[in-house]
Design a protein around this ligand. Structure first.
Ligand SMILES: *[C@@H]1O[C@H](CO)[C@@H](O)[C@H](O)[C@H]1NC(C)=O
Ligand SMILES: *[C@@H]1O[C@H](CO)[C@@H](O)[C@H](O)[C@H]1NC(C)=O
Ligand SMILES: *[C@@H]1O[C@H](CO)[C@@H](O)[C@H](O)[C@H]1NC(C)=O
Ligand SMILES: *[C@@H]1O[C@H](CO)[C@@H](O)[C@H](O)[C@H]1NC(C)=O
Ligand SMILES: *[C@@H]1O[C@H](CO)[C@@H](O)[C@H](O)[C@H]1NC(C)=O
Ligand SMILES: *[C@@H]1O[C@H](CO)[C@@H](O)[C@H](O)[C@H]1NC(C)=O
Ligand SMILES: *[C@@H]1O[C@H](CO)[C@@H](O)[C@H](O)[C@H]1NC(C)=O
Ligand SMILES: *[C@@H]1O[C@H](CO)[C@@H](O)[C@H](O)[C@H]1NC(C)=O
Ligand SMILES: *[C@@H]1O[C@H](CO)[C@@H](O)[C@H](O)[C@H]1NC(C)=O
Ligand SMILES: *[C@@H]1O[C@H](CO)[C@@H](O)[C@H](O)[C@H]1NC(C)=O
Ligand SMILES: *[C@@H]1O[C@H](CO)[C@@H](O)[C@H](O)[C@H]1NC(C)=O
Length: 686
């Protein structure tokens, strides 16, 4: 029917139609939900506190509304209120008598409002809250004097959130009245100075100063503090007061993402368990104290204080107290620093260390025997250093009874202790990727006089589950290399030309994740790998899917950057219901054989990653997005031979279509008018 030709015009008019039809507006009524004594009125476009709620409610949530002012009388009815939350409104002030009858109110959340406008009156209101324990004033564009005003006389306050404001410098009156304060969040301000600001807060336990501009923390003496977070500042030095005899309660210290040059000078008695120092410039300078090699170099550092009244600190570089008390450390995160060695006895001072994260430093050697790691070591990450050799004697390795995760990737390892991994009784995950190591040939006798070896082996290590050997220049894996293992993860990617079929056959029962990207494999038989869930075959020039894949219960399949031109319907139908994630970009797919694509994208349980980036080539070898492939003219099985027919056929087709339209418009102009009238100019009701 020629009338169908007009549907596009009608579709174009449809949006206009929608604009003309007014959205029916509902009368505004509070949509509060009542759960026992809690009233939830969030996100209800309210401009005032609803009046009709039961008198005895204890919690009132009014987040995400548009309340600008809390009026004196608005809470009078709700005198049992214990918790009031008004986050994300456009609140400018609380009138001074708002809380005249709220004698039980303990928790007030005023986050993300505009209290910088009416802070003076608001401060009068807050003074009525005699049992106030928790106050959230975050993101209110408050400046120093505004915060100080708001906090006057709040003597019962225990939890205060001032994050995301405009505080610049704190001094001793800033929190002077907050004698009960336990937790203070000051992150994401623009502070560059905190001068004795916390002297009155003797109960403060958790302090967050992250994302500010503090240049240094000297004379740290808040011995009651349990958690101190000063990450993401510009701190050069962290120095604690050394002459205090009390034990600091500090358990967690986060100094990551600063500009520390020295290891922090920690309190001399503390319970510090977690020390985060990642992304600084920390290294050790003990070697400078060697007055034979460096006769004229200085043997002590002096930390000068900018303030006249605090004393200068002098620390001897080889003084064992330079690091302070690290005897309770469990996590030491030194990722992304410049450590090239550990000072003598440094590791020994941490008898309960369980995680040492040294990724991206400058370590050149690591002698596990001389460092004397504790038996509690669970995770050792020395990836991305300059290690050429790891040494250890057998008894040392056996004493690392808890070592579970060992990351040695991205080094230049050539030498490892003989039988390294078989001596670690709990080892579970080993990453040796991007090193120049070999796998020991099976013939090599276990009994050897050498203690160091240029190859690794891991036969019969029952605890080992995950082994990463990417980019190790492996060519042949000895047949019995994985005998006796029950690996669940094996990554052999980035070893071009690797032959591996027989050696990994023995893992068929247990293997769940197998990485064979960029190994140039062609016809691999996967039929034994019944447990396989995730398979990486990217960058292998595969022209066809290995048929043995289809019988597996795969969830994740990476086929990026291969040579696939299509996925036959049978295979697509087999794979689609089982797979959850598939990667297919970077293949020269044929636009005329892309039925697999609609099979995949119409399967709801399947995520085709980068769907819109998958390309295909048409018969003229022009790339298109495979998403649009249904709009290509494909004849028959789509090949070079049909291209000429299409070239001829297309203009002829267009010609006849043009004629058709002209004829239609000439002989049936009325039909066009009528149809527009009927469908588009229907009177609309307002
Ligand atoms: C607030 O504290 C000041 C002293 O810091 C005191 O003079 C004043 O009376 C207090 N106001 C109230 C309402 O408690
Ligand atoms: C303080 O408020 C900010 C932003 O509202 C929030 O992200 C942060 O978690 C709060 N801090 C605490 C300790 O609850
Ligand atoms: C310190 O604060 C930052 C920013 O809020 C946060 O990302 C980090 O996890 C905190 N550190 C610790 C140890 O909790
Ligand atoms: C710490 O103890 C030592 C002796 O144990 C004493 O000489 C010193 O005065 C004490 N320091 C402080 C600040 O109490
Ligand atoms: C080198 O240091 C040692 C102690 O560390 C000291 O006894 C010796 O006198 C020093 N030598 C020189 C030349 O300073
Ligand atoms: C050390 O200092 C002395 C005199 O101060 C000088 O003679 C000597 O050359 C210096 N040595 C080095 C290695 O700089
Ligand atoms: C700290 O050292 C500086 C620089 O030498 C000096 O001016 C200042 O007086 C010293 N302060 C104290 C308390 O000794
Ligand atoms: C490792 O340290 C031990 C003990 O200090 C020492 O006997 C051994 O020679 C060292 N090994 C290497 C290769 O330096
Ligand atoms: C492993 O850790 C546990 C508890 O963390 C500890 O009891 C045990 O002694 C440790 N093993 C060794 C060999 O130190
Ligand atoms: C080992 O460390 C490298 C580099 O830091 C990291 O990319 C890799 O994911 C780690 N391996 C494992 C198994 O966590
Ligand atoms: C598959 O291996 C390649 C490297 O060969 C890697 O870039 C890619 O991230 C891996 N795919 C998945 C899903 O992990």
């Amino acid at each position: 029917m020629p009338v169908h030709g007009f549907t596009p015009i009608l579709l174009c008019l449809l949006p206009i139609w929608r604009i003309l039809t007014p959205v029916s507006s509902h009368p505004q009524h509070s949509r509060c939900q009542l759960i026992q004594r809690t009233a939830l009125c969030n996100d209800g476009k309210l401009s005032s506190v609803p009046a009709g709620l039961p008198d005895n409610i204890e919690e009132l949530q009014l987040n995400y509304n548009s309340i600008q002012t809390l009026q004196d009388t608005c809470l009078l009815r709700y005198s049992s209120l214990n918790t009031l939350s008004l986050a994300c409104n456009s609140l400018e002030k609380l009138e001074s008598n708002t809380f005249q009858d709220s004698k039980l109110l303990e928790n007030v959340n005023l986050a993300s409002n505009n209290l910088y406008i009416g802070y003076q009156e608001t401060s009068l209101a807050l003074k009525n809250l005699i049992v106030l324990r928790a106050l959230d004033l975050s993101e209110n564009r408050l400046k120093d004097e505004m915060a100080e005003t708001l906090l006057q006389n709040l003597t019962s306050l225990e939890y205060l959130n001032l994050s995301g404001n405009l505080l610049q410098r704190l001094h001793d009156t800033s929190f002077g009245d907050l004698h009960q304060l336990k937790e203070l969040d000051l992150q994401r301000n623009i502070m560059f100075e905190i001068d004795n600001a916390f002297n009155s807060n003797s109960k403060l336990q958790r302090l967050n100063l992250a994302f500010n501009y503090l240049p240094c923390l000297t004379d740290f003496h808040m011995s009651q503090l349990v958690v101190l977070n000063v990450s993401h500042n510009v701190i050069d030095f962290f120095i604690s007061r050394q002459d205090l005899n009390d034990t600091f309660q500090l358990e967690t210290l986060d100094l990551s993402n600063n500009q520390l040059v020295f290891f922090p000078l920690l309190p001399s008695h503390s319970r510090l368990r977690n020390l985060y120092l990642s992304h600084n410039f920390v290294r050790f300078y003990e070697h400078l104290a060697d007055n034979v090699t460096f006769p004229n170099s200085t043997t002590s550092v002096e930390f000068y204080n900018l303030k006249k009244h605090t004393r200068n600190v002098t620390a001897k570089l080889w003084d064992e107290n330079l690091h302070g008390d690290i005897s309770s450390l469990e996590i030491l995160d030194l990722r992304g620093n410049q450590v090239d060695y550990f000072p003598n006895g440094f590791i020994q001072k941490m008898p309960t260390l369980s995680r040492l994260q040294m990724c991206t430093n400058c370590l050149e050697t690591l002698n596990l025997t001389s460092e004397q790691f504790s038996g509690s070591l669970y995770e050792l990450d020395v990836s991305n250093n300059r290690l050429n050799q790891i040494s250890a004697d057998e008894s040392t390795l056996t004493s690392l009874g808890n070592l579970t995760y060992f990351n040695l990737s991205w080094n230049a390892l050539e030498w490892l202790p003989l039988g390294l991994f078989s001596s670690l009784p709990s080892i579970r995950s080993v990453d040796l990727s991007y090193n120049n190591i070999d796998i020991c040939p099976s013939e090599e006798t276990e009994i050897s006089v050498k203690t160091i070896s240029t190859c690794v082996d891991w036969k019969n290590i029952v605890s080992l589950k995950q082994l990463y050997l990417r980019g190790c220049d492996l060519e042949r894996i000895p047949t019995s290399a994985f005998t006796g293992l029950s690996l669940t993860h094996l990554d052999l990617s980035d070893n071009p030309g690797l032959t591996t079929q027989e050696s990994i056959q023995s893992l068929g029962r247990t293997l769940q994740h197998l990485g064979l990207g960029n190994t140039h494999i062609q016809d691999f038989d996967f039929s034994h790998f019944k447990s396989l869930k995730s398979l990486n075959l990217s960058r292998n020039s595969l022209a066809d899917l290995p048929p043995s894949l289809l019988n597996l219960d795969l969830k994740v399949l990476d086929l990026r950057d291969n040579n696939l031109s299509t996925i036959p319907s049978g295979q697509a139908n087999d794979l689609a219901p089982k797979l959850q994630t598939v990667f297919l970009t970077g293949n020269p797919f044929n636009c005329c054989q892309a039925e697999w694509f609609s099979t995949f994208i119409t399967t709801e349980t399947l995520n085709v990653v980068g769907q819109s980036d998958i390309e295909c080539e048409d018969i003229f070898q022009t790339p298109h997005r495979v998403e649009h492939s249904h709009s290509f003219l494909c004849l028959g099985e789509g090949g070079e031979s049909t291209s000429w027919y299409i070239l001829l056929f297309l203009p002829v087709c267009l010609f006849f279509m043009g004629i058709g339209i002209i004829v239609l418009l000439t002989f049936k102009p009325k039909m066009l008018k009528k149809s527009i009238k009927k469908k588009c100019l229907k009177p609309t009701s307002y």
